[in-house]
Design a binder for this molecule. Structure first.
Ligand code: SF4
Length: 220
């Protein structure tokens, strides 16, 4: 079969995103938060862990820790105890304390809205920074590439890359900047609800007609 041209891929991507927008008009970040600090902490906690579990732990955590200074001065073992239901809780507690100490020292206790400042914080990579910028600040700096976005980008042949940074770059060329944050929500919601790693529901899929993998399995 002929290789798809970049222009054809862009057209197909637009149809996919339109299909997902219609399927998930209410797509949003599923972590609970009410300010940038809460979202930063929730996102650090969510690495290799479900949003559902994070959302069970954070209400009590956010009641107890109201500011970056609260986390920064908490003893390591106390914060560990507060988040111990979450995987990798020791390193996550260390990163949260260290990131919050930096917020206090360099940013007056506030979460900065610049990607360079965010990725300089302990435990914060480009993915976490994009989550915070896109959802807490409404800034489309990049596309969040988590496990769902990576899987869907591969299945939908939106990117041939395996490295999240390279996948992100490909996705950024396929959608207008104002859609970058929503785009990751659409793909994450579709990955969770219709196209999980095992047993994707291709027959019910809203974007089957634009999906090379789904069309292949339909004709198999
Ligand atoms: Fe996933 Fe199947 Fe839909 Fe393609 S057609 S996006 S593989 S559920």
């Amino acid at each position: 079969m002929a290789r798809e041209s970049p222009a054809a891929r862009k057209t197909r991507a637009a149809l996919i995103f339109e299909g997902l927008r219609r399927a998930y008009p209410d797509a949003h970040c599923e972590l609970l938060y009410s300010n940038p600090l809460e979202l930063l902490v929730a996102t650090i906690l969510s690495a290799q862990c479900t949003d559902k579990l994070v959302n069970q732990v954070t209400p009590a955590l956010f009641q107890k820790y109201r500011s970056a200074a609260d986390y920064a001065r908490a003893p390591q073992e106390v914060l560990e105890g507060d988040i111990k239901r979450i995987g990798l809780y020791r390193s996550k507690a260390k990163n949260i304390r260290s990131a919050c100490a930096t917020l206090v020292e360099l940013h007056g206790g506030e979460v900065p809205n610049k990607i360079e400042s965010l990725i300089a914080l302990a435990g914060v990579g480009r993915k976490t920074a994009n989550v915070v910028l896109g959802n807490a600040f409404g800034l489309n700096e990049g596309v969040v590439v988590d496990t769902h976005v990576a899987r869907l980008s591969d299945r939908l042949e939106l990117s041939r890359e395996k490295d999240p940074l390279k996948i992100e770059k490909d996705l950024m060329t396929l959608a207008p900047r104002e859609h970058w944050t929503l785009l990751s929500h659409w793909l994450i919601w579709h990955g969770r609800r219709r196209c999980p790693a095992r047993h994707p529901q291709c027959e019910q899929c809203e974007i089957l007609v634009h999906c090379p993998l789904g069309r292949k399995s339909a004709h198999a």
